[in-house]
Design a protein around this ligand. Structure first.
Ligand code: SRM
Ligand code: SF4
Length: 590
């Protein structure tokens, strides 16, 4: 569609003012051809009782089908083969109707559907903690939401009362909690109506597209990555309706686009990191590709150079081709070796670039080198900062551990309508910022009671604190994270003064959804012992750096009991010794 000024809308987020954005991406979706199954594949499918039309194998090459059907294929492959993602997208409506009519309930559904395949629709059953209730993970490309979308999200969880909360995630995304099968299909339909979606946000799919929270308003960015992030998300999910061609990847895959030297989306820990760069020869702004960054229980790897430079217009076709290459050639036997890094390492950067180029039908260029004399520190986007648009400011506010509630969505929507441009940006630190506040409104904005709760001038620890979901809702958690993190940070801020903010990341298990390894101080759940008894504990990581020359944090200590008595003084000492914090002068009672 077009907006009032005649600019073409490239994304599905209708309602956002695209007038200040670069031209939309020039990309036509060419569907993959379905190869007929080879005789060998037919045999294996027959033996497994699988139907070609409804299995998840249709869009794979025969070679990939053989891997997915092999007797040594990983268990999730078998679950994916049983159905195609598109089946789940249509079944969810039927199930909703039956549940509402009292003709079925979640306990009656196939176990693989309820606990695994519904993740294709973004529905994660929280069997262990809240049986029958689901977390619904959305897709919010570049973390950008309009006030209308915010109000819709609030309305989704409002009926769930105390169970109905939401989280801003470490991929600048939203997860809704408390959803049941009685309303999941209706919420999903409403999401699409509002230019959002939940499909393909779990299972072996691409996760939320991350970019820059200050895209389009940043005086230092090389390019506004929002149109690209919307276009990639639309390509992957067929504009939120679901895309069977890309829904059966060997494993999850993360893509981040960084438009400035800050590397806001942490490209170094994304499977695919696209870093904006100006070609020193032509002056053209394009992207160097980094590949393979990921965290898992067994391996934590920083990305390695993909030795590839792509132009702005190549970004969407490149991502599509890369996903097809991963789908067709990635490992499907050992889950621990199925992430993109393993394929990149096996092939090397040259073969990887050439193969993706072949899928695109072009020869891709090698990476370009940009020289910088100065040192660039990643900016803290919390607080109030001038935009590239004269007279306008963004205001970043801290959400402790990313947890928000139904009313917050409404209040935030009112605030962005009243003071900003009707949009909000989420950050990978689980906070938000309000763009385009005119200078004359800043004082009134600051005075809003909403910012007593979500502080614009948050303390030096709270503003850098990140926490994964943890034991409150996550079935694989070893420890409780969010509530504990908030309590401990509050106490440390009461006790210490800090020369500069310290980034503390909490993660409830070695999956590291809370990215402990990127933090100044990372805390990862693990079993521990205290007075001979098994207790919740943490492994402490130190020294992660982010931005232009990142490094992962290294393990400093393990098995530290994480009750307050033990952990609080330990963190206090670390902050004093390693981060130059100083004890606050005692407050003398009057
Ligand atoms: Fe994660 C699995 C939550 C970001 C690595 N992650 C899970 C599950 C689905 C486990 C489960 O079934 O319960 C968690 C859902 C808990 C819940 O109820 O919320 C979960 N991951 C999260 C979120 C919500 C943490 C947060 O508090 O923000 C993040 C959602 C992002 C999003 O919007 O999509 C989240 N997860 C991450 C990240 C960080 C990132 O992307 O920068 C990582 C590390 C980076 C990476 O993936 O390489 C991450 N999550 C994992 C893994 C390990 C993957 C692996 O290759 O082994 C798992 C386990 C798995 O996939 O088998 C996992
Ligand atoms: Fe759950 Fe572990 Fe991820 Fe935390 S790190 S959300 S505990 S899977």
């Amino acid at each position: 569609g077009t907006n009032g000024n005649g600019a073409t809308l490239v994304g599905s987020n209708n309602g956002i003012d695209f007038t200040t954005m670069p031209p939309p991406v020039n990309f036509t979706y060419i569907p993959a051809e379905v190869q007929p199954p080879s005789d060998e594949v037919k045999e294996l499918m027959k033996a497994a009782g699988l139907d070609f039309d409804t299995s998840g194998l249709q869009y794979l090459t025969n070679e990939a089908r053989l891997r997915a059907l092999h007797k040594k294929a990983a268990k999730p492959e078998k679950i994916k083969n049983g159905k195609c993602g598109s089946r789940i997208w249509s079944e969810i409506k039927e199930v909703g109707e039956l549940v509402r009519a009292g003709e079925t309930k979640w306990e009656d559904l196939d176990l693989d559907d309820i606990d695994v395949r519904l993740k294709w629709a973004g529905l994660f059953h929280r069997r262990k903690k809240t049986p029958g209730k689901f977390m619904m993970r959305l897709k919010v490309p570049n973390g950008e939401l309009t006030s209308k979308q915010l109000r819709y999200l609030g309305s989704c969880i409002k009926p769930f009362g105390a169970d109905g909360c939401a989280d801003i995630t470490t991929r600048a995304n939203i997860q809704l909690r408390g959803v049941t099968l009685a309303e999941a299909d209706q919420i999903m339909a409403g999401l699409v109506e509002h230019g959002l979606s939940s499909v393909m946000s779990g299972m072996d799919n691409v996760r939320n597209m991350t970019g820059s929270p200050i895209a389009g308003i940043d005086p230092h960015e090389l390019v506004d990555v929002r149109p690209l992030n919307y276009a990639i998300n639309d390509m992957i999910t067929k504009s939120g309706l679901g895309n069977p061609e890309l829904t059966n990847l060997p494993r999850k895959l993360n893509i981040g686009l960084s438009p400035s030297r800050d590397d806001f989306p942490h490209t170094h820990i994304n499977d695919v990191g696209l870093k904006a760069v100006k070609d020193p020869e032509t002056g053209e702004v394009g992207f160097n590709v980094e590949l393979g960054g990921y965290f898992s229980i067994k391996r934590n790897a920083m990305s390695i150079p993909g030795d590839t430079f792509i132009t702005y217009d190549q970004v969407v076709p490149y991502c599509k081709a890369l996903l097809e290459v991963f789908r067709d050639h990635g490992a499907r036997n050992d889950r621990q070796k199925a992430r993109l890094m393993w394929l990149v390492e096996e092939w090397g950067a040259d073969k990887f670039r050439e193969t993706v180029g072949q899928y695109m039908g072009v020869e891709l260029r090698k990476e370009v080198h940009e020289q910088h004399e100065d040192v660039w520190l990643r900016r803290d986007v919390m607080g109030i900062h001038p935009q590239k648009q004269a007279g306008l400011f963004w205001a970043g506010a801290v959400v402790p551990a990313g947890r928000i509630f139904a009313d917050d969505f409404d209040e935030l929507a009112d605030i962005v309508d009243k003071y900003g441009d009707g949009t909000v940006r989420l950050t990978v630190e689980e906070n938000f910022l309000i763009p385009s506040v005119p200078e004359a409104k800043l004082e009134a904005l600051r005075a809003e009671p909403f910012f007593q709760k979500y502080k614009i001038d948050a303390g030096p620890l709270m503003r850098g604190m990140v926490s994964c979901t943890g034991a409150q809702f996550c079935g694989v958690a070893i420890i409780e994270t969010k509530n504990r993190a908030i309590e401990i940070v509050k106490k440390l801020e009461q006790q210490l003064d800090f020369p500069k903010p310290v980034r503390m990341h909490w993660t409830g298990c070695p999956n590291s959804c809370g990215q402990a390894q990127v933090a100044d101080i990372g805390l990862m759940g693990c079993p521990a012992k205290k007075d001979g008894k098994a207790v919740e504990g943490v492994r402490i990581f130190l020294g992660g750096t982010i931005g232009e020359n990142p490094a992962l944090a290294a393990e400093f200590e393990k098995g530290v009991p994480c009750d307050e008595e033990t952990l609080l003084p330990k963190l206090r000492d670390l902050l004093i010794e390693k981060f130059n914090a100083t004890p606050k002068a005692a407050v003398v009672a009057a």
